[in-house]
Design a protein around this ligand. Structure first.
Ligand code: CO
Length: 141
């Protein structure tokens, strides 16, 4: 059911410092920061050949990652995102199998403008998993 690893999201306390490390120490293709007020985060995408790293830091007062940063002041891995061709099918299969989909269980528009949902980390070995619907015709290669 799942396809490519779309991204790994890492919450960081200092976005500029984190972006500089990926650019200068790892030699990565680091994109400029983007504020996503509707998601309560500012992000920097690190473009890799086969996937992306999404560096995130809180934006605004009600950021969903503010609590994460309080609990992990040095930052840390927040979630991993897999691509699926049909999110409704994926959600049905997960719920049938006893996994909890976060929120009301319906897909929301994610940081890339595509439908996403999140699976409860307690049902996936302590890892928050995001599924993003990417239609096969939109997938590169
Ligand atoms: Co994500």
């Amino acid at each position: 059911m799942i396809g490519r690893l779309n991204h790994v999201a890492i919450v960081v306390p200092d976005l500029a410092a984190a972006a500089a490390k990926y650019r200068d120490l790892l030699g990565a293709d680091v994109r400029p920061p983007r504020d996503l007020p509707e998601h309560g985060v500012t992000v920097v995408f690190v473009e890799l050949d086969n996937s992306k790293v999404e560096l995130m830091t809180p934006f605004g007062d009600n950021s969903p990652v503010a609590k994460f940063l309080t609990e992990h002041p040095n930052g840390g891995m927040h979630h991993i995102c897999f691509e699926v061709p049909d999110l409704a099918h994926a959600a049905r299969k997960l719920v049938e199998g006893g996994a909890r989909v976060l929120g009301d269980g319906t897909p929301k528009t994610g940081a890339h403008g595509l439908p996403v949902l999140f699976i409860h980390p307690k049902d996936f070995d302590g890892t928050l998993i995001e599924l993003e619907e990417v239609k096969p015709e939109l997938q590169p290669g």
